[in-house]
Write a protein that binds this ligand. Structure first.
Ligand SMILES: [Zn+2]
Length: 356
C-alpha cells in the first residue's frame, strides 16, 4: 500500500533533531532553519543587547539580556543577590521551546547554549511588561488596557523583587476609570496593601455601587482584606444609610410629608395622610442599604460615579403612589406632594452624604 506523504512529528530534543535532518525526512533546509529558530529559546528583541551581562529566563523559555548594574540600581532583591557570594554557575537550564510565538521568529536572536541563565518562575507575559517598565520603555499595551489579573501579577513580581519604579508606574494607572469601573474592590485591596491612601479612598467610593456582602463575585477579594479595611468599608456604608435616613426624615426638607399635623396647602381643611411618603422613604433607605452610592435611587451619577441608566425612584410603585396621594377633602382633591420639588430634595439628600 502506498504511504501517505506527511511531515514527521516534531522531535522532542536535539538528538531527535539530528535524525530529523536526515535527507529522507527533510523537505528542505529552510524548514529546519525555521524550526531551529522557533524551537530554541530566543531573546526578547527588546532585551538582546550583547553588552548585558545577565540573562533572565522566563518559565516559558524567553530570555532577557539585561545589565546587572541596572538590576542592582532598580531592584532591592537583585542588589542583595549580587552582593552575596555567587556559585560558579548560577544556573544553566537546558534550552527549551519558547512558547511566545510573537517574537520567536526570524527577527529574534537565538540563545547561546553556553550562556548562564537565571530562571524565573513567571512567564514572559508577566516578565516582559515588568522589565519594560523597569527600563522606562513603552509596553506593548498601556497599563490601563491590561487585564486586572495581569496588573496584579506584574505588581506582585515587582514587589517580590523590590522594584519601586514599576510599582510607582502601576500606581499611576491603578485608578484608571476602566479599573475603578470594573474592579473597584480589587483596586481597594491593592491600594490598601501598598498603603496608597488616595487610591484607596477613591476605590472605596466606587465600591459603594455594590451590595458588598451579598455580591458573591466579591467574596474572594473581601477575604483578602484585613478586618480593619472591611470595617472601613462597612462604616462608610452605614454612615451613608443613616445619613440618608436622617435627611429624608427632616421636617424642614419635607415639611408636608414629615409633619403629621400638616394641613392641605390648598384647602387648609384636611390633615395629609403621609403613609405613601413613609412607604417611599422606607423603600429608598432599603435601596441605599444595598447600594449606598445612591445612584440607583435617582438614576443619576453621584460624585461622578455610578450609572445613568434607569429612572430610579421615578419608576417605583411606591413613588407613583406618593405622587397620586391626594387631599382627603372631597371638595379639594389636591395632590399631597409636589413631585419635582420632592425629587430635587431627594437628590440633594444623596449628594450631601458622607464619603468617609
Ligand atoms: Zn385639600
Amino acid at each position: 500500500m502506498a504511504a501517505v506523504t506527511h511531515l514527521p512529528t516534531m522531535p522532542q530534543g536535539h538528538a531527535d533533531l539530528a535524525r530529523y535532518k536526515q535527507p529522507a525526512l527533510l523537505p528542505s533546509i529552510d524548514l529546519v532553519k525555521t524550526f531551529e529558530k522557533s524551537y530554541r529559546p530566543a531573546y526578547h528583541p527588546a532585551f538582546d543587547s550583547a553588552r548585558a551581562d545577565i540573562v533572565l529566563q522566563s518559565s516559558d523559555g524567553v530570555l532577557y539580556r539585561i545589565r546587572s548594574y541596572t538590576l542592582r540600581r532598580t531592584s532591592g532583591f537583585f542588589r542583595t543577590m549580587f552582593t552575596l557570594p555567587q556559585p560558579s554557575s548560577i544556573s544553566s537550564p537546558p534550552c527549551s521551546p519558547a512558547s511566545d510565538s510573537s517574537f520567536a521568529s526570524s527577527s529574534a536572536t537565538v540563545c547561546d547554549e553556553e550562556e548562564e541563565h537565571i530562571p524565573v518562575h513567571e512567564p514572559s507575559k508577566i516578565l516582559t511588561p515588568l522589565l519594560l517598565l523597569l527600563l522606562g520603555r513603552e509596553t506593548e499595551t498601556p497599563i490601563h488596557h491590561w487585564s486586572f489579573d495581569k496588573v496584579e501579577s506584574v505588581l506582585r513580581l515587582a514587589e517580590s523583587w523590590d522594584m519601586p519604579g514599576p510599582i510607582s508606574l502601576i500606581r499611576l494607572a491603578i485608578t484608571a476609570p476602566v479599573f475603578l469601573q470594573a474592579e473597584p474592590l480589587r483596586v481597594f485591596a491593592i491600594a490598601s496593601q501598598f498603603e496608597w491612601e488616595e487610591e484607596k479612598a477613591c476605590a472605596a467610593r466606587h465600591t459603594l455601587r455594590y451590595d458588598l456582602l451579598a455580591d458573591r463575585s466579591l467574596r474572594s477579594t473581601l477575604d483578602r482584606l484585613s478586618a480593619r479595611d472591611v470595617l472601613q468599608l462597612l462604616r462608610v456604608r452605614r454612615a451613608r444609610v443613616e445619613g440618608f435616613r436622617a435627611l429624608v426624615d427632616d421636617v424642614h426638607r419635607f415639611s408636608a410629608g414629615n409633619n403629621d399635623s400638616y394641613d392641605c396647602g390648598r384647602c387648609s381643611n384636611s390633615k395629609l395622610d403621609n403613609q405613601t411618603w413613609k412607604d417611599l422613604k422606607q423603600t429608598m433607605v432599603q435601596e441605599l442599604e444595598k447600594r449606598p452610592l445612591g445612584d440607583s435611587v435617582g438614576g443619576w451619577l453621584v460624585g461622578g460615579i455610578g450609572a445613568r441608566t434607569g429612572l430610579g425612584v421615578m419608576a417605583w410603585k411606591e413613588a407613583e403612589a406618593c405622587w397620586m396621594a391626594k387631599c382627603q377633602n372631597p371638595e379639594c382633591g389636591s395632590a399631597n406632594y409636589d413631585r419635582l420639588t420632592t425629587l430635587k430634595q431627594v437628590r440633594q439628600c444623596v449628594d450631601e452624604l458622607t464619603w468617609i
